[in-house]
Write a new protein. Structure first.
Ligand SMILES: [Zn+2]
Length: 428
């Protein structure tokens, strides 16, 4: 429980609608999974705080196509989306129509309105993102040009540029995997006309932000924090940037430590989400696997609304010999060596009894000096890995450049697979 003596403007006790939370907790007892997991106490907040957090694996096992004991009712008035394709383990998720009513808030920070013409570049394949953003944009009364990320493929780009000029597109919405290639391939006159860029679906790191703003030099950039299972979670106003977000209305955020206790200051912990609007497949104390923390500095424009910061995925560590290497270190080393974030895949395998990890990046052939610069930066970030390489207890990390568009992409999401582990039988 929260120590009441510590003042904490960001704790959800300050802003939770207890009546609606009680309604949700009462409703979900219709599902066997929730009936078993909900503690037998009467106080609503106490009940929530005693629930063991739910993971993506729980959703995969107990939502359809598993035992479906998490579903409170037969699916109706909802979309069914597939997700998880980038890791080779697709699952279904249910998103009630009622869950979409605040999605127009995604575009608060960009002040998208009737004067804007927005190209929807979400992958026609990540249907959750594509659909949710069309609905959210329609709530802003702007003009929507649904193009999908496939419109940025080399064989389609000339036509896309023509369409964007004819429609007078001034704003782009998509995942960084679409927006970054858009910046590389759109003609200069189209790029200059882009004054608003909206991103979601992947962590917006400082490197990603710099890359996008370099390509769209007349644009402001805003993002949301969302997952395919939960839908929208955090949004940005005109003031918040980077990876800082306000919770959407109807979303309760908790930051939990490794023991499941709430963190009430700005110490990092696991982002934990409860959505008051979801009924078919409820999202209660769901942990998407991202680390985050309260930003107790807050937002000067909205001092009464909490601000949280996403720090990155907590579960993306790759074993190499006895070292655990953060997946993000590869991206940062690439950014250091190549000056840009290019799509890349990390492949782990075992050769002659030793782990070997290689990074394949879509980029023009890199001279040896750049490969050396990549390795040096990676080893600097991961000293234990450097020690194992020096001791010849794993292979040196290698970097291979491949032609743009040739890395394996998920058929569902269109995203490049971030990690392929041949040691555990991942398919290539
Ligand atoms: Zn704000």
């Amino acid at each position: 429980m929260l120590d009441a003596s510590v003042p904490n403007p960001w704790h959800f006790h300050q802003y939770v609608d207890v009546e609606r939370l009680a309604d949700l907790l009462d409703y979900v007892r219709a599902a066997p999974f929730w009936l078993a997991r909900l503690p037998r106490v009467t106080d609503t907040l106490d009940t929530l705080e005693k629930i063991t957090p739910v993971t993506s694996d729980d959703l995969r096992t107990h939502g359809c196509p598993g035992t479906d004991t998490m579903l409170t009712r037969a699916p109706t008035a909802c979309f069914v989306f597939a997700s998880g394709g980038t890791r080779g383990r697709p699952k279904l998720t249910y998103r009630d129509f009622d869950d979409f009513k605040h999605y127009g808030r995604y575009f608060d920070g960009l002040k998208i309105g009737p004067g804007d013409v927005v190209a929807n570049l979400f992958s026609a394949g990540i249907w959750g993102g594509f659909t949710a953003h069309n609905i959210g944009l329609s709530q802003r009364r702007c003009t929507i040009v649904p193009l999908g990320s496939a419109s940025l493929a080399p064989q389609a780009i000339e036509e896309t540029i023509t369409i964007m000029k004819l429609a007078k597109v001034n704003a782009l919405a998509g995942s960084p995997s679409a927006i970054i290639p858009a910046g590389q391939r759109l003609s200069t006159d189209v790029a200059i006309g882009v004054t608003k860029v909206y991103c979601t679906g992947e962590l917006i790191t400082a490197a990603v932000e710099t890359s996008i703003l370099r390509q769209f030099s007349h644009a402001i950039l805003r993002s949301t924090y969302a997952t395919s299972e939960a839908g929208g979670i955090g949004v940005q106003c005109a003031t918040l940037e980077g990876a800082r977000y306000h919770p959407l209305p109807d979303v309760l955020i908790e930051i939990l430590d490794g023991q499941g206790h709430q963190i009430s200051d700005n110490t990092p912990g696991l982002i934990t989400v409860t959505k008051l609007t979801k009924r078919t497949l409820p999202i209660i104390r769901y942990q998407p696997g991202d680390e985050g923390r309260w930003d107790t500095g807050g937002c000067p424009e909205h001092p009464d609304i909490p601000v949280f910061r996403i720090l990155g995925r907590s579960d993306q560590m790759i074993a190499c010999g006895s070292a655990l290497v953060a997946l993000s270190s590869f991206g940062l080393a690439l950014q250091h060596a190549l000056g840009d974030v290019a799509p890349h895949t990390i492949v782990a395998e075992q050769i002659d009894g030793l782990d070997r990890i290689r990074c394949e990046v879509e980029h023009v052939a890199a001279p040896a000096s750049l490969i050396k610069s990549f390795q040096t930066e990676l080893y600097r970030r991961e000293p234990e890995l450097a020690r194992l390489v020096n001791a010849e207890r794993c292979w040196p990390i290698s970097l291979a450049t491949v032609a743009p568009g040739t890395l394996q992409r998920s058929l569902i999401s269109g995203k490049v697979r971030e990690f392929i582990d041949l040691r555990r039988g991942d398919r290539t």
